[in-house]
Design a protein around this ligand. Structure first.
Ligand code: DGT
Ligand code: CA
Ligand code: CA
Ligand code: ZN
Length: 594
């Protein structure tokens, strides 16, 4: 049993207890255990083999250790089962709606018998909540918005989850050995979309293995993968199945001859394909998943590689990340495709947390892991005082922490450690530290972590005020979205980016797979306006640092080039490209330095 499933059971129990009106201490202990376990590197199943080991974990007492043993032994937990006899399990779906906590869910259940998201939607649509204490018209609107978001998100998976699932399937298929020449992900995963609906894998058959009996043997091997939950289809050259985490996978088995055409077709996007097909037709060809051929199909023109198909269509090769039919075909025709930023261009990471606030590793551990990844510099940016749930630092603690950062940097870690902070943007757009303290940081990232439901006008004003503050250098996770969980803040992005351009404030492309914030569309708006972008991870432990690759993927989807991303610069030039501190020598010129 993996840690995730154990944490899930504990979290369900905590939420059901809270719905049941249990006292806070009771459900918090389950919640805390769930948090701990989902963030743990060691497997609980392994640890539990030695009963004392469990109790050595912080916050796990004798009782919780017993519960864990029960979960490991039975695959479930008796209290959870008991509560699920009392309440429908669909209440846990309702809890996923932003703006509905357990108290309200319990209230809706006992007063309206609202057991599902659809029930909640009905009650809200009928206007039954606006009169109730603790709800009101605004909250009714918010609930309906959350229901829409829930509907859009179900059945989709985060990019990192999809990628890991694909890697698992691919590694297993490769075990088949010599009949399989290659296996390649296509679809939205190859395009690097932030969420993925299903996995589209293309398998090419090795020479001498193209007969149906070989294809059948390979298909049979694929369907033995232990993580398959359900086989959906088994055709002549395609198998489809669901994995145990719910993700659907389609594997197509094909000849090498058609690989390029199939890769092009199944990478999509649909809109890109439609445009390409139109272009092919205008040039006297047909294009499908087997080949580019003359219009009557009598002669194959290309099909083995994508490159040769694009070339025959008189187009430069279009990177998968920008195949969304938003101008890339015209650009390819006119040889003005962007030279997209690459992972190896990145020289530093400008947002991360340590044990000083809510991170799990020390300054030195983060620095060492970043150095091993090839970074030349990092900024350590722990939380400011208002973010109490993330153990934000007040002025006194921050001053001491900054001293430690400077000492760490001076101690020769083989990587430049910049003293930074992630400073909270308060409700009115003010920053969470005094100017004296702000002036001492080498990197100031400013982000919103509270009052996320302000209306559009108020949120726009708040962002503009933050950008106008002369100490603000980078806006962290600018829209605050949490993929599949929380919608982006509403504000006038055009206005905000105009202000960022004017004041030399950089926007963050946050690489954390829950966030991927800014989106491709907004990143492209940055590029058009000359707003600088910083790609950062927001790492909370050393294992998060490689997430930088997801940020680069997002930046590529936003058409960004190396010159648009300032942490591709060596450290001195990077610092010069940041908005200069008030009163510093470079106040006028440094921003224009690149
Ligand atoms: P997803 O799975 O929802 O994240 O998005 P995709 O892009 O992976 O879409 P999917 O899995 O439905 O199909 C994979 C690709 O196959 C898609 O990007 C384009 C291509 N494709 C599928 N169906 C059609 C179709 O009816 N027409 C065209 N032109 N292309 C299609
Ligand atoms: Ca797909
Ligand atoms: Ca598909
Ligand atoms: Zn943050």
């Amino acid at each position: 049993m993996d840690n995730k499933s154990i944490a899930r059971i504990l979290r369900d129990t905590a939420q059901l207890l809270e719905i049941d009106g249990a006292i806070i201490g009771r459900y918090r202990s389950y919640e805390k255990a769930a948090e701990l376990i989902s963030g743990l590197h060691e497997s609980i199943e392994e640890l539990a083999k030695d009963p004392d080991k469990l109790e050595e974990l912080p916050g796990i007492g004798e009782r919780m250790a017993e519960h864990l043993q029960e979960i490991l032994k039975t695959g479930d937990y008796s209290l959870r089962k008991k509560l699920l006899k009392k309440y429908p399990s669909t209440l846990l779906d309702i809890l996923q709606l932003q703006s509905l906590g357990p108290k309200k869910v319990a209230f809706l259940w006992s007063n309206f018998k609202a057991a599902t998201v659809a029930d909640v939607e009905k009650v809200a649509r009928e206007g039954k909540l606006r009169e109730l204490p603790g709800f009101g018209e605004k909250s009714e609107q918010n609930i309906l918005k959350a229901v829409e978001a829930f509907k859009r998100s179900t059945g989709r998976f985060r990019l990192d989850v999809a990628e890991a699932a694909a890697e698992g399937v691919i590694a297993d298929i490769k075990k088949y050995g010599k009949g399989v020449a290659s296996i390649t992900p296509a679809g939205s995963l190859r395009r690097g979309k932030e969420t993925v609906g299903d996995l589209d894998l293309l398998l090419t058959l090795a020479d001498g293995f193209t007969a149906q009996k070989h294809i059948d043997a390979i298909a049979e091997h694929i369907l033995k993968y232990p993580r398959i939950d359900q086989v959906l289809a088994h055709g002549e050259n395609k198998v489809s199945f669901n994995l145990d985490n719910g993700i659907q996978v389609d594997v197509r088995l094909l000849d090498k001859e058609s690989f390029g055409a199939a890769l092009l077709y199944f990478t999509g996007s649909r809109e890109h394909n439609v445009s390409l097909r139109g272009r092919a037709n205008d040039m006297g060809y047909t294009l499908n998943e087997y080949a580019l051929a003359t219009l009557k199909g009598e002669r194959r023109v290309a099909g083995r590689t994508e490159e040769e198909i694009y070339a025959k269509l008189k187009l430069d090769f279009i990177p998968p990340e920008i195949r969304e039919n938003t101008g890339e075909i015209e650009a390819a025709e006119q040889h003005r495709l962007p030279n997209l930023v690459r992972r190896e261009d990145i020289k530093g990471d400008l947002q991360m947390h340590t044990t000083a606030s809510d991170g799990k590793n020390s300054i030195e551990e983060m620095a060492e892991a970043a150095r091993k990844l090839g970074h030349e510099y990092i900024a350590i940016t722990d939380h400011s005082k208002s973010v109490t749930i993330a153990n934000g630092l007040d002025e006194r603690r921050m001053a001491a922490h900054s001293k430690k950062l400077r000492a760490a940097n001076a101690s020769g870690l083989g990587i430049r450690v910049l003293a930074g902070a992630e400073v909270d943007i308060l409700k009115d757009g003010q920053l969470d530290y005094s100017n004296e303290l702000l002036a001492q940081f080498e990197v100031v990232v400013c982000s919103i972590h509270s009052y996320m439901n302000l209306d559009r006008a108020a949120m726009t004003e708040r962002m503009l005020a933050a950008i106008e503050n002369p100490y603000t250098q980078i806006i962290g996770h600018p829209t605050g979205r949490l993929l599949l969980r929380r919608e982006a803040f509403e504000y006038d992005m055009g206005k905000v980016l105009d202000a960022a351009a004017k004041h030399g404030v950089a926007m963050e492309c946050n690489s954390y797979p829950d966030r991927l914030d800014l989106t491709d569309v907004y990143l492209r708006m940055c590029k058009e306006r000359g707003v600088k972008v910083v790609i950062s991870t927001d790492a909370h432990n050393t294992l998060h640092l490689p997430f930088i690759a997801y940020g680069v993927t997002m930046a590529r989807r936003g058409w960004l080039e190396k010159t648009n991303v300032i942490n591709t610069l060596p450290v001195d030039k990077f610092l010069a490209a940041l908005r200069p501190k008030p009163g510093s020598a470079g106040t006028k010129h440094a921003a224009a330095n690149r």
